[in-house]
Ligand binder design. Structure first.
Ligand SMILES: Cc1ncc(COP(=O)(O)O)c(C=O)c1O
Length: 406
């Protein structure tokens, strides 16, 4: 079957956050309202390369399942999520060799909200949550919005790739330390952690009586040179303190579905997390999200298998062209994700200068590195999950915006 990732789809005025809210890089400021960062561009012909969703049509089985619902046109409360949980587990087994028990799955309204519920269930206000930094910015938002304290554990960049600094993690631990969030694969930077690295973090959690949240939302978007190993398989010794968050939404471009799963084998932890969901009235699920994500897990293999080489070609094209377009810049080699992570240190420019060139002259919405915390100060994140022709246009514009530096 042929999937057309080059199709032109006009997403303006479609409630697309990516296309219609081009205040790119809106920065979460914890309990304060999100503020517009300098990543914004409101030009009418702006190209969004910020928030992490793709410009592509979803897998045909997803469209067909939703179409069947529309044809029936009765949208009552959604009953048992048993088949959804089984579809998730079958997917995890097929694609990652992990076969969790469907009874371990709680259906959550997205990974970020799941993390909030988990923090409420397992920690107290004032407790500390460690993330490996630079880290996905919504971790900070949800940690601080729940009155927990974010601890940024800086990673080391070595030979162009990020590495977890176990000494920094140990140095960061205080008696208030309660939870570690491992983003696996990591956003930003696209590292696919090796088994030894996952084990070291897991062992640290076991030794220090910490909960471990493994956010594996990017696990399906891995390039052929790497292999994602679920934390549950890499470090089975921490199953009793592990919560794995997975979702079909990132893999299949269903972010608006807002459905994900928290996989929890420890019944006491699961009971606590489920109790928090109950307290928030989240016992029943969104019909459309459930149907879309189940259809993706059941029938999305061929689409995903076609998507990865398309993204891989975009990744390589983006990395080589940006190095030429912006002299001195360097894209980190991504093992996973479609989120190009570019170091601007070598340009010799101040951030204000290159932000102005990217957002105002090139008219590109981008995610500014500082929003990802320590280590992101001189970086920019560019989403390249778009048709190749648009990616080329973005790169052409960048080339022009930085042409005086050549
Ligand atoms: C690491 C990571 N976790 C979670 C999310 C968002 O998950 P959700 O939309 O299910 O809250 C993202 C989105 O980019 C992400 O990169």
């Amino acid at each position: 079957m042929k999937f057309d990732f080059d199709r032109v789809i006009d997403l303006r005025n479609t409630h697309s956050a990516k296309w219609d809210r081009m205040e790119a890089g809106t920065v979460w400021r914890g309990k304060e309202a999100p503020v517009k960062s300098t990543g914004s561009t409101e030009a009418l012909d702006a190209i969004p390369m910020w928030v992490a969703d793709m410009d592509f049509n979803v897998p045909p089985p997803v469209t067909a399942a939703l179409q069947a619902e529309v044809d029936r046109s009765v949208f009552g409360y959604y009953d048992t999520n048993q088949s959804w949980r089984e579809a998730a587990c079958a997917w995890l087994e097929r694609r990652h060799g992990w076969s969790p028990d469907p009874d371990w799955l709680s259906t959550t309204p997205g990974v970020v909200s799941a993390i909030g519920l988990i923090l409420q269930a397992l920690s107290e206000p004032g407790d500390e949550v460690m993330v490996f930094s630079p880290a996905y910015h919504a971790f900070r938002y949800i940690i601080e919005a729940n009155d927990r304290v974010l601890r940024n554990v800086p990673m080391i960049v070595e030979q162009g790739r990020s590495r977890i600094d176990m000494q920094a993690l140990a140095d960061m631990l205080t008696p208030r330390g309660k939870v570690v969030i491992l983003c696996s694969p990591h956003n930003p930077g696209g590292r696919v952690w090796e088994v030894d690295e996952i084990r070291a973090v897991a062992e640290f959690c076991r030794e220090n009586d910490l909960y471990l949240i493994s956010d594996e939302i990017h696990c399906d978007l891995v390039y052929p040179e790497a292999r994602h190993v679920p934390t549950a398989l890499a470090a089975p010794g921490v199953m009793d303190r592990l919560i794995t968050c997975v979702s079909a939404t990132k893999s299949f471009n269903l972010a608006g579905a807002h459905v994900s799963a928290a996989v929890i084998s420890n019944p006491e932890i699961k009971k606590k997390v489920d109790a928090r969901m109950g307290a928030s009235g989240l016992m029943s699920q969104n019909r459309f999200g459930m149907i879309a994500t189940e259809a993706a897990w059941r029938g999305g293999d061929a689409w995903l298998d076609a998507l990865i080489p398309y993204l891989q070609a975009n990744r390589d094209h983006f990395a080589s062209r940006i190095a030429r377009a912006v002299p001195g810049s360097r894209a980190m080699h991504l093992e996973a994700t479609y989120l190009g992570w570019v170091d601007f240190t070598g340009t010799g420019l101040e951030m204000e200068d290159y932000m102005e060139r990217i957002t105002q002259r090139a008219r590109i919405g981008v995610s500014p590195g500082p929003q990802f915390g320590t280590g992101g100060e001189k970086w920019m994140r560019f989403n390249f999950a778009m048709r190749r022709a648009l990616l080329d246009e973005a790169l052409d514009r960048l080339e022009t915006a930085f042409s005086d530096l050549g």
